[in-house]
Ligand binder design. Structure first.
Ligand code: ADP
Ligand code: G6P
Length: 471
C-alpha cells in the first residue's frame, strides 16, 4: 500500500457517483462546502484523501484525482442509516445549528458512530507514512483524532470543524458529550470557523472534563492541544477567472434574456437544508409580492435548492413545504411565461454556477445558522465588475468577514423584507465600494491562505507548509 505524508480525512470524498443520461455511471464533484473548500486546494498536492464514496456496500476503488489518491471507506446500509443519517445528521447537525430542528438521541446511532470512526481511523493509519500530517475534517469524525493517536502516536494530527460548535447549554444535551470532547482532544490542533466556537469548546472541556483550558489551548495528560479560529474560504482566483470567461459572460447574458430581461434578478443557492432559511426567505418574498413592493415583471427570484440527505424525515418535510410554497407563490403571483420564482433542484457545474452568480443583482444568503457559507464567498468572487448586492444573514460565519454585505436577521421577517428591499434598491454608488471591499478581503483570504494559516499553526510555524503544492 502506497503511503502519503499528507492525509486528509473527511466523511465525503470530493466525488460522488451519479448516473449519466445514457445510463452509464459517472463521477462528479459532490456539492457541499467541505468539498468546495478542499478540492481546489489539494488538486495539485501529493496527498491521500480518506473518505466515503456515497453509496453502501463494498468500497469502490477510485482513480487518483490529479495528485490525490482516493482511499475509500465503505459504509454498510446500517452504517449509512445510523452513522450518516442518524448520529451525524439527525443528532449532531441539528444540535450544532442552534437546534433549529429537534436533535434526536439513540443509543444505536452512537454505536454506529463509534464503529465508523474506528474504521476511518484504521484506514487513515494505513494510509499515513511515518510522521505524516493528518488533517481530519468535520462533525462526522470527531472521535477519529483520539482513535488515531492510539494507533499511530507518531502522526501530527489536525482536526477542523466546518460547522458551528454550539454553546454549552446546547452541547450539554448530548448523552455522550464527554467521549466526543475527548475524541477531538486526540488532535494537536483543533480549528473552528469562529473564535466564539473555540471559546464554547474551551468552556466545555473545562466543565465536562475538568481540564485546564483557555480559548487558545487545553492541557490533556502530558500534551497541550491548541485551539483557534481559522475561517475557511474558497479558491477566489479560480471563481473570478471562471466568471470572467467570455463564454460564462455570454451564458449569463443568455440566462438574463431567458428570465425575461427583468430589472432585478435575485438568486439563492442552497443545499435543501432547514438551516438555510429557505422557508423564511420565501415568506418574505411572498409578502413583498403581496404588498406590491416587488412586481413580478420587474423582479425575479431564482432559487436553486439541490436535494440533500433525502431519506432524513426533516429534509423530506422541508422539501415538501418549500415546493408547496413555491407552487403557491407562482400560482398566486406568476403569469403565463412569467413565474415569480424560478425553482431549480439540479446540481450545476462550476461554469453554470458562475454564470448564475454573474446574472444575480442581489444574492440572498440567509441561513438561520451556518458555519461559514461558501456560496456567499463564491458570489463575491464572481462579481468581477464590482457590482451586485450580497444580502447576508448575521448567523452565517461569513458575516464576520464580510461586514460590507447587507446584513439581516433571518428570524425577523420585517427585517428580512426590509433588507431585501434595501439590496434591490441600492444605489450603485453604495453597492460598488461594498463589493470592492469584500472582493479585496477574499483575494487576500482565499483557501490557500486558510490552509497556510492552519498548517503553520499545526506545525508552530515550522515546515508543514512544504506539503502544499505551490499555486
Ligand atoms: P454547505 O456546506 O452547508 O452545503 P456552503 O454554502 O458552505 O454550504 O457550500 C455549498 C457548496 O455547494 C458551494 O460550493 C456551492 O457552490 C455548492 N453547491 C450548492 N448548490 C449547488 C448546485 N445546485 N450545484 C452544484 N454545486 C452546488
Ligand atoms: C456541509 C458539511 C460537510 C458536508 C456537506 C454536504 O458542508 O459541513 O461535511 O459534506 O455539508 O453534506 P453531505 O451530507 O452531502 O455530505
Amino acid at each position: 500500500m502506497r503511503q502519503s505524508s499528507l492525509v486528509v480525512v473527511a466523511n465525503r470524498l470530493p466525488i460522488d457517483d451519479s448516473v449519466a443520461p445514457d445510463g452509464a455511471c459517472e463521477w462528479r464533484r459532490s456539492p457541499g462546502g467541505l468539498v468546495s473548500a478542499l478540492h481546489p486546494l489539494l488538486r495539485h498536492t501529493p496527498a491521500t484523501w480518506v473518505g466515503w464514496a456515497g453509496g453502501t456496500g463494498p468500497a469502490p476503488s477510485l482513480p487518483d484525482i490529479g495528485s490525490v489518491r482516493m482511499r475509500t471507506v465503505p459504509l454498510s446500509s446500517e452504517d449509512f442509516r445510523d452513522h450518516y443519517e442518524g448520529f451525524a445528521n439527525s443528532t449532531l447537525w441539528p444540535l450544532y445549528h442552534d437546534a433549529v430542528e429537534q436533535p434526536e438521541y439513540h443509543r444505536r446511532w452512537w454505536e454506529a458512530y463509534q464503529r465508523v470512526n474506528q474504521r476511518f481511523a484504521e484506514a487513515t493509519a494505513e494510509a499515513a507514512e511515518q510522521g505524516a500530517v493528518v488533517w481530519i475534517q468535520d462533525y462526522h469524525l470527531q472521535l477519529v483524532p483520539g482513535l488515531l493517536r492510539e494507533l499511530r502516536p507518531d502522526l501530527r494530527i489536525g482536526f477542523f470543524l466546518h460547522v458551528p460548535f454550539p454553546p454549552p447549554e446546547l452541547f450539554m444535551q448530548l448523552p455522550r458529550r464527554a467521549e466526543l470532547l475527548r475524541g477531538m482532544l486526540g488532535a494537536d490542533l483543533i480549528g473552528f470557523q469562529r473564535a466564539q466556537a473555540a471559546h464554547n469548546f474551551a468552556q466545555l472541556v473545562a466543565k465536562v472534563l475538568e481540564l485546564p483550558a483557555t480559548d487558545r489551548r487545553v492541557g490533556v495528560d502530558d500534551r497541550v492541544v491548541r485551539i483557534g479560529a481559522f475561517p475557511v474560504s474558497i479558491d477566489t482566483a479560480e471563481m473570478a477567472a471562471l466568471a470572467g470567461r467570455p463564454d460564462v459572460a455570454a451564458r449569463a447574458q443568455r440566462l438574463r434574456h431567458d428570465l425575461g430581461d427583468p430589472g432585478h434578478v435575485i438568486l439563492s443557492v442552497d443545499r435543501m437544508d432547514y438551516t438555510k432559511g429557505i422557508e423564511q426567505r420565501l415568506k418574505a418574498y411572498s409578502e413583498l409580492l403581496a404588498s406590491g413592493h416587488v412586481k413580478v415583471r420587474d423582479t425575479v427570484l431564482v432559487q436553486v435548492a439541490v436535494p440533500s440527505r433525502e431519506r432524513v424525515t426533516q429534509y423530506q418535510i422541508l422539501r415538501d413545504r418549500v415546493e408547496r410554497e413555491v407552487g403557491r407563490i407562482n400560482g398566486e403571483f406568476g403569469r403565463v411565461g412569467e413565474p415569480a420564482i424560478h425553482y431549480l433542484t439540479q446540481p450545476f457545474d462550476r461554469a453554470e454556477l458562475a454564470a448564475l452568480y454573474r446574472v444575480a443583482d442581489v444574492m440572498a444568503v440567509t441561513p438561520l445558522r451556518d458555519g461559514m457559507n461558501l456560496v456567499a464567498k463564491e458570489y463575491v468572487a464572481a462579481r468581477v465588475d464590482d457590482t451586485g448586492a450580497l444580502l447576508l444573514s448575521e448567523f452565517a460565519g461569513a458575516a464576520a468577514e464580510l461586514p460590507q454585505a447587507y446584513l439581516v436577521n433571518p428570524h425577523d421577517l420585517e427585517g428580512l423584507k426590509q433588507g431585501l428591499l434595501s439590496a434591490l434598491e441600492a444605489d450603485p454608488a453604495d453597492v460598488t465600494p461594498r463589493m470592492r471591499a469584500m472582493r479585496e478581503h477574499l483575494h487576500r483570504n482565499d483557501i490557500r491562505a486558510w490552509a497556510r494559516s492552519y498548517l503553520s499553526a499545526l506545525d508552530d510555524g515550522g515546515s508543514l507548509l512544504t506539503h502544499l503544492a505551490p499555486t
